[in-house]
Design a protein around this ligand. Structure first.
Ligand code: GDP
Ligand code: IMO
Ligand code: MG
Length: 422
């Protein structure tokens, strides 16, 4: 029996999942996305080229491995087409290597309008979504009104029309003036036609048969555990289960099939969009992280908020996911810092806690440990033996605090700038 190893973000997304899925793909027979949609932006760099993937799994650049868009994903045909065409134009045809679950839900043009209208109605309380229609599409799924990829094989127009009319009613109810949809619908239907060249599959069978034949699968998470609909900083979260359990429902595999759980985090912390962020920095240190880490959203281009690493939140997400191996990214971004801080505990109403509280939308004072910086350029190193002692001391400190080994260290955006320890 093969196994499913899961790779997922432990913070608020953008940890570097795309890069590491690409690095790990040669070890697997298949790569599968299990949740999220084009709100994700997964960046990969190799051979001087940079790619940002949104709906396409990050296993497509390593040989002819099959990549799966699982049932837990929400798919926007228009953005998918753009993504696939741009990959084709750069010499990466996907048609024979990418399959799509019939049970994945479709993002319609009106879902995007509902996303925008919902945010507008929230005013100052807005979530700061990516505007891709993610929330409304998952809402339709749960309220049993969704349109699925498999519907394309049936009377799709009728399904589409029913959903659209419902959405228009909702928009009118919100007092939104609905724009002319002629062009958006033409693009949408053209993209749905385009989608037909891909194989629609009952991916739960594809996946379980693959496992049965002794092959292994890498499940690629999107977003991060702090954006999980159940356990994240609700309501400032995304609309899917980003944690490891999401891979079981998002692919149709038993929890017993899960092998390693790779938890990926940055050597510091970022967040894009609104919502609480206890270790956020508004000073020169934060500015340096943003600049050195080039912290701008891969999808929206929005500046990402930066802060010190939050071990309270990380212990929580490691617990939720049952992480077996940690992966630390963007170590090089801290190269210039004389001192590095790590939030070991929170102080809330004068009481120190190491446990993540029900809500972080309250006055929280981060309690920091200070670790001496390494103050040298890590980006050229590719073996552990070359790494400076001060850096390895930071790694050892994190392993003690988090009680899980750090198996991979990333020291730059390129595929090659990766040190695999075990
Ligand atoms: P994802 O959504 O988790 O795949 O992450 P993103 O692609 O949104 O953001 C990660 C960003 O950091 C991308 O621009 C990567 O190219 C870049 N990156 C990944 N690993 C490293 C690293 O070790 N060092 C540096 N400096 N950049 C990295
Ligand atoms: P990757 O996979 C970082 C954030 C948005 C917003 C909230 C809800 O690249 O790590 P949504 O559009 O999902 O309804 O927005 O979630 N968000 C992300 N932040 N990385 C992502 O994906 C994100 N996907 C959504 O900024 O705060
Ligand atoms: Mg991203």
């Amino acid at each position: 029996m093969g196994r499913v190893d899961v790779l997922l973000g432990l913070q608020w997304g953008d940890e570097g999942k795309g890069k590491i899925v690409d690095v790990l793909t040669p070890r697997y027979d298949m790569v599968a996305r299990f949740q999220g949609g084009p709100n994700a932006g997964h960046t990969l760099e190799f051979a001087g080229e940079k790619y940002v993937l949104r709906s396409v799994p990050s296993g497509i650049f390593q040989g002819d491995k099959i990549n799966i868009i699982g049932n837990g994903v929400v798919l926007d045909p228009v953005l998918f087409r753009e993504e696939v065409e741009s990959l084709f134009n750069s010499g990466h045809p996907l048609k024979d290597r990418l399959v799509i679950s019939r049970k994945a839900h479709l993002i319609l043009p009106t879902h995007r309008l509902l996303d925008a209208a919902g945010e507008k109605a929230l005013g100052a309380q807005k979530v700061g979504t990516t505007g891709k229609g993610i929330g409304p599409t998952y809402t339709d799924k749960v309220s049993r009104h969704g349109v699925r990829v498999g519907d394309i094989e049936g009377d799709f127009e009728a399904n589409y029309k029913r959903a659209k009319e419902r959405h228009l009613g909702m928009l009118r109810g919100m007092g939104v003036e609905v724009p002319d949809l002629t062009q958006a619908e033409a693009d949408f239907f053209a993209a749905v036609e385009y989608l037909r060249q891909f194989r629609f599959v009952d991916s739960e069978f594809v996946i379980n048969n693959t496992l049965k034949s002794g092959k292994n699968i890498l499940a690629e998470g999107a977003q991060g555990s702090m954006l999980d609909i159940d356990f994240g900083s609700y309501p400032f979260v995304t609309s899917s289960n980003t944690i490891c359990a999401g891979s079981c429902v998002g692919l149709g595999v038993s929890p017993r099939a899960i092998g390693d759980v790779y938890g990926i985090f940055k050597a510091y912390c970022t967040r894009v969009g609104a919502g609480p962020f206890p270790t956020e920095l508004f000073d020169e240190d934060g500015r340096q992280m943003a600049e050195r880490g080039y912290e701008f959203g891969a999808v929206t281009g929005r500046p990402r908020r930066c802060g010190w690493i939050d071990l309270v939140a990380l212990r929580y997400t490691i617990m939720l996911n049952g992480v077996t191996k940690l992966i630390m990214m963007k170590s090089d971004v801290l190269d210039t810092f004389a001192t590095i801080k790590a939030c070991r505990a929170y102080r809330i109403n004068g009481v120190e806690t190491r446990d993540f509280p029900y809500s972080i939308e309250q006055e929280i004072e981060p309690i920091y440990d200070e670790i001496p910086g390494w103050q040298c350029d890590l980006t050229a190193f590719d073996r552990e033996e070359q790494l400076p002692k001060a850096f390895l001391d930071y790694v050892a400190y994190l392993e003690r605090e988090l009680e899980v080994p750090i198996a991979i260290l990333s020291v730059g955006p390129d595929r090659k700038q990766t040190i695999v320890r075990g």
